[in-house]
Design a binder for this molecule. Structure first.
Ligand SMILES: C[C@H]1O[C@@H](n2cnc3c(N)ncnc32)[C@H](O)[C@@H]1O
Ligand SMILES: [Zn+2]
Length: 425
């Protein structure tokens, strides 16, 4: 079905294990070769990238992409008030059409700011799958299950999750995977979480859940179960190498050891944690203890955009000031959190510019004032670059953005449709 194409990315500065100038040959959906010996007739398409930095596509490991429609809703609230009074009443009015419109808007924003893969939890997910398929990017998608301890609701939620596996797992030429996504330990019954664990392991899927996001959540779980949230989840069998825990803000030192032992990934969401005043996650300690730690934006109304470049910078700055130690979160560690660690969490052979990896590649402009000089290209990427510096994006070997123009999506039409969809919410 897919036509074989080859793309030569000529002479960019490449952010790989080392930073070096070289050329990249993409054949089909893989990085075939990285070498200085490649020339123009090695490929059907040649991109002159001598004034660009080539880096792996960014991996956003915690999103609710259709929430783009709720951008600007519920500023200045704590999580539970924000959800109860602002977000959930509006989400009750969601429809297939609205989720499709919001997801499409997110595809535009993510592609234009360098994200090639994201990990989403939301509702009407077949619509998000459709948007992903059309856009050409990669995603892990889960139906957000919330039973609020109601038996009937639990059965219905699990049914929805199973339907999503059937309709969407391994679709879009393998770019879409399905995950099992119970919302959080304080909104899901123990039974729902246990059944989620079983559903995930029976189908070899990832388990994605909000955990230890606020102090209120920790207090609630402690009162109810006599232990902290990660410990509680461990008693339900929910902590494994296939688990992606979003937030992990209030994690105790004992729990950090447990996460490391179990091989759990923590998706850190700095903007959201700051905006909702949830707290500061112990990211430096996670890294110190060998916990696979990644970066997410969370939904747009707690961020309020999907720009992973600003999320990288905030991740590093927040830890440095929190520990009063400038040596924590080295530039390379922060970059890895936004790329290869995310790929590892989602189990996809990407996140690095290396021969044999999937061709998910971003080219960033360097010929702009805030990227000059290029003394340390990696430092410029983590601390100076803006999402809007992304010039070209390749996902699965296909060019989705060329000279800042989308190739698969009609940007103006999507913006217009999202505007009117947001009004309906
Ligand atoms: C899947 C569900 O998760 C909600 N949601 C969005 N952001 C957060 C957050 N930071 N913490 C908990 N839930 C959140 C969505 O609004 C949706 O109701
Ligand atoms: Zn979230």
């Amino acid at each position: 079905m897919t036509q074989t194409t080859s793309i030569l990315i000529k002479d960019p500065i490449i952010i790989a294990d080392e930073v070096h100038r070289n050329s990249i040959l993409v054949v089909d959906n893989k990085i075939e070769e990285i070498s200085s010996k490649l020339n123009d007739n090695d490929a059907e398409v040649v991109i002159d990238a001598h004034d660009k930095i080539a880096m792996p596509g960014l991996v956003n490991t915690h999103t609710h992409v259709a929430m783009t429609l709720l951008r600007g809703v519920g500023d200045d609230q704590a999580l539970q008030t924000w959800l109860n009074d602002y977000i959930w009443p509006r989400e009750a009015n969601l429809t297939d059409e609205l989720v499709y419109a919001g997801s499409r808007l997110a595809m535009v924003e993510m592609i234009k700011t360098g994200t090639t893969m994201f990990n989403d939890m939301y509702f009407y997910m077949q619509q998000t799958a459709k948007a992903v398929e059309e856009a050409g990017i990669r995603a892990t998608l889960g139906y957000g299950m919330i039973d609020l301890f109601d038996d009937e609701k639990r059965k219905q939620e699990l049914k929805n999750a199973k339907e999503l596996i059937k309709s969407s797992h391994n679709t879009a030429d393998g770019r879409i995977k399905v995950a099992i996504t119970p919302h959080a330990p304080n909104t899901c019954s123990a039974e729902l979480i246990q059944e989620s664990v079983k559903l995930a392991s029976d189908n070899n899927l990832k388990l994605h859940i909000h955990v230890s996001e606020t102090q209120d959540e920790v207090d609630l779980i402690k009162n109810e179960h006599g232990m902290t949230p990660f410990k509680y989840l461990d008693t339900l069998g929910a902590l494994s190498e296939d688990t992606i825990a979003a937030h992990g803000v209030w994690t105790t030192p004992d729990e950090i050891k447990l996460l490391s032992e179990r091989g759990v990934t923590v998706s850190h969401n700095p903007s959201s944690n700051m905006k909702l005043a949830s707290g500061i996650a112990p990211v430096a300690d996670y890294l110190e203890n060998g916990v696979n730690t990644t970066i997410g934006t969370d939904g747009v109304s707690s961020n309020n955009n999907l720009d992973m470049f600003s999320e990288m910078k905030l991740t590093a700055l927040m830890q440095k000031v929190n520990t009063l130690n400038p040596e924590v979160l080295k530039t390379r560690q922060t970059f890895n959190m936004a790329t290869v660690n995310g790929a590892k969490a989602l189990g996809v052979n990407t996140g690095e510019l290396k021969e044999g990896k999937l061709a998910d590649i971003v080219l960033v402009d360097t010929n702009v004032a805030h990227m000059v000089p290029l003394i340390d290209p990696l430092s410029n990427i983590v601390y100076a670059a803006l999402g809007s510096d992304v010039n070209t994006l390749i996902c699965d070997g296909k060019i989705l953005l060329k000279d800042k123009q989308l190739t698969t999506l009609n940007e103006q039409e999507i913006i217009d449709e999202a505007r009117s969809a947001a009004l309906q919410l």
